[in-house]
Design a protein around this ligand. Structure first.
Ligand code: SF4
Length: 144
């Protein structure tokens, strides 16, 4: 199936996984849901189960315990799933990279489709990143 067929079949539902972090990125992601930014106007909805999600948002540094959970979430996710790494920690490990609990950047654990850097990224950057990802994926084939 072409990705554009998948992407426009229905609204994108998002599942949020936060690794070990300072929680500022979590707050900015939740800010996207507030009336001020209103991500639901794009049809996007934050869901409570990865089994209902089209997009997996990952922020925070991934430690060894997080790594097991992230792998399990990815295994349980319906495919194709888009993965977005959010924040410096999600993209590279940020200030936590190299620490003894650090298990590696998100993209060394599961495939990542888009990176939204920042510490933390603003809600506008998060929304822009997701919309750009959708635009990019319109022309690509889905990956299982
Ligand atoms: S990227 Fe910055 S704001 Fe986000 S979790 Fe890491 S330290 Fe906190």
């Amino acid at each position: 199936m072409a990705f554009k067929d998948f992407i426009f079949r229905k609204s994108l539902w998002l599942f949020h996984f936060g690794g070990a972090s300072c929680n500022n990125c979590d707050i900015e992601i939740l800010d996207c849901l507030t009336p001020r930014y209103d991500v639901e106007r794009f049809g996007m909805l934050l869901v409570g189960s990865i089994r209902h999600a089209d997009v997996l948002l990952v922020n925070g540094s991934i430690n060894h315990k997080d790594k097991e959970r992230l792998l399990e979430l990815y295994r349980q996710a319906p495919k194709p799933i888009l993965v977005v790494a959010i924040g410096a920690c999600g993209c590279t490990g940020g200030i936590f990279a190299g620490g003894y609990p650090f298990a590696g950047p998100v993209d060394q654990i599961i495939p990542v489709d888009a990176y939204i850097p920042g510490c933390p990224p603003k809600p506008e950057a998060i929304l822009s990143g997701i919309v750009q990802l959708i635009e990019k994926k319109k022309t690509e084939k889905a990956h299982a």
